[in-house]
Design a protein. Structure first.
Length: 162
């Protein structure tokens, strides 16, 4: 009908509250589809954004963490869910020349295997990650070899790179 406002979806409402709280995320927040929100935050603002999402928007379930080699940077995406089924993907970039990031174990104690996986496959080191076994690479995997980096070359048994 003419003149009627379209009702906002829950995802659009959440996105609006995020932008009201964090104006620097303008252009870095999008509703992909029903039940999916994407937010890319600067690293120095990560703690504040994550705290707010957990405390004020009830994104208090960590589904998984994914890493990706994006060339000059690695992206780390935290897939957070609410009880109503909405998933928010919080993405942060980590410099390739200094691949260090913080553990989210203080928020989500179950994150350690996800972080160990990113550390082993991409070489991103997580500060304050509790000690534990390597995952998912075998114990005899060579140190400093990160198989999901785009520039990684597997060495043949005869010493040649593939």
């Amino acid at each position: 009908m003419r003149g009627e406002k379209k009702k906002m979806t829950k995802e659009e409402e959440i996105s609006g509250r995020i932008l009201a709280q964090f104006p620097f995320l303008d252009g870095k927040t999008r509703v992909q589809r029903a039940r999916r929100i994407w937010v890319e935050t600067p690293g120095d603002k990560f703690d504040g954004v994550l705290n707010w999402l957990v405390d004020k928007e009830a994104f208090n379930n960590l589904c998984t963490i994914t890493g990706q080699d994006e060339g000059e940077v690695f992206s780390i995406t935290y897939h957070l869910a609410r009880k109503d089924g909405i998933v928010l993907n919080l993405k942060v970039m980590v410099a390739r020349q200094k691949p260090e990031w913080k553990s989210v174990a203080s928020w989500f104690p179950g994150c350690v295997n996800y972080e160990r996986e990113i550390a082993g496959l991409f070489g991103v080191q997580f500060a304050n990650l509790p000690p534990g076994p390597r995952y998912p690479l075998p114990d005899d995997w060579p140190e400093g070899e990160y198989p999901l980096r785009k520039d990684w070359k597997q060495e043949n048994p005869d010493g040649e790179n593939k």
